[in-house]
Ligand binder design. Structure first.
Ligand code: FE2
Length: 386
């Protein structure tokens, strides 16, 4: 855990938060020197109308654009390379991403490849991006991934069936225009998955062995907001006030994890996403309580603070009662979100566990997990989640 004299940095992009922020894209793109913009989005976000709002804002400022929407959930290296070709062919000089984590991560990949002229899979790991990306503006439309403020891009390598993590200050966008209104088009399942992803960001950042007082502040408030408002937000999808709370929680969790990094739940979720092409938030939701149970002994006082942020009164409880109260609360949040699921649901069976565990152990997010697991530990957590 953090020591008093350890060096810690905090990187965050400029962001504008509030209803209507998405309509500022044109003005900011022009300020950043944009002439022709590659707009990266996906078909669902286009259908919801958010991409159209963004392109209208570009047109209002006299900027031309090309649209690239060939992005799947768990964006693939091939899609990044196709997007980079498009960027080049259309002679773009700026990128705008509109959508959830998939279009945003794909846009980051396109930016890296466009500047560095190498295949996206060569940038895997920490600080491997030499040249900065073209200007990138992100308009997030899910309350979860926080790719719009993070120094992460997660890309799927279909050949190796693995998700690679690119972690670099170079992939922090120039600007995030965070508009909570965009969350109103999410269905209950997407709201639940992205909300649980954000909650996992808060929890993992708070117990990370790279945490700091700056990330703690953001992580705890994220945990408080998300645990308090997620279920109501799922039940009342059109309630903008609730969507604001969720977007705030997601933003704060993003600022925390981008700097404190993550832990075993994300390492294991990335492994599942690569091997089974499973939704990222759903994987985290399935794993979260099992990973907390494994990590709890490494940092009981930190988990107690998480429990308090979730509204649990721990006074008078024994240490084991405190742990059980936290686990029960997390399971209650999962149940209320409709995500008290098991890995069988996403096609995982016992025979998959050795390879899933190997890949999870090699994921960079495992480095900051508060308790160092061995291969058998990881297999057991997967087994318990089956
Ligand atoms: Fe995540």
């Amino acid at each position: 855990m953090q020591g008093e004299f350890e060096l810690r940095k905090f990187v965050a992009p400029e962001y504008v938060f509030g209803v209507g922020a998405r309509n500022l894209v044109g003005r900011y793109a022009r300020n950043l020197g944009g002439r022709k913009v590659l707009v990266v989005s996906d078909p669902g976000v286009v259908a919801a109308g958010w991409t159209g709002d963004v392109t209208a804002s570009l047109e209002a400022e006299g900027l031309s654009f090309a649209l690239f929407t060939d992005v799947s959930p768990n964006p693939r290296a091939e899609q990044v390379m196709a997007g980079a070709e498009r960027y080049q062919a259309e002679k773009c000089n700026a990128i705008v991403a509109v959508g959830g984590g998939s279009p945003i991560d794909c846009a980051k990949g396109i930016g890296i490849v466009s500047s560095n002229k190498k295949h996206i899979l060569l940038f895997k790991g920490v600080d491997q991006v030499q040249l900065p990306m073209p200007p990138l503006i992100c308009v997030p439309t899910t309350g979860g991934t926080s790719a719009d403020v993070s120094q992460f891009a997660i890309i799927t390598d279909l050949v190796e069936r693995v998700k690679i993590a690119i972690i670099s200050k170079s992939v922090v966008p120039d600007l995030a225009l965070i508009d909570p209104l965009t969350l109103t088009s999410m269905d209950p399942f997407l709201t639940a998955c992205t909300g649980l992803d954000a909650l996992t960001h808060g929890v993992e950042a708070f117990v990370s062995n790279a945490s700091s007082p700056m990330t703690d502040l953001h992580a705890l408030e994220a945990i408080r907001l998300l645990s308090k408002h997620l279920a109501d937000s799922i039940r009342n999808p059109r309630d903008v006030e609730l969507r604001v709370k969720i977007m705030e929680g997601s933003l704060l969790a993003g600022l925390a994890f981008s700097n404190a990094i993550l832990g075993a739940a994300h390492a294991m979720a990335h492994s599942l996403g690569g091997e089974k092409d499973a939704p990222h938030g759903e994987c985290n939701a399935i794993l979260l309580d099992h990973v907390i149970e494994f990590n709890f002994p490494a940092s009981p006082e930190r988990f107690e603070r998480i429990a308090e942020a979730m509204g649990i009164d721990l006074r008078g409880m024994t240490p084991s009662a405190k742990k059980n109260a936290l686990l029960e609360k997390v399971r209650e949040i999962k149940r209320a979100a409709g995500l008290d699921l098991v890995l069988n649901r996403i096609g995982v069976s016992r025979s998959d566990l050795p390879i899933l565990s190997d890949k999870a152990l090699r994921d960079p997010c495992m480095m900051t997990n508060p308790r160092r697991p061995n291969r058998r530990d990881i297999e057991v957590i997967y087994e318990e989640s089956l």
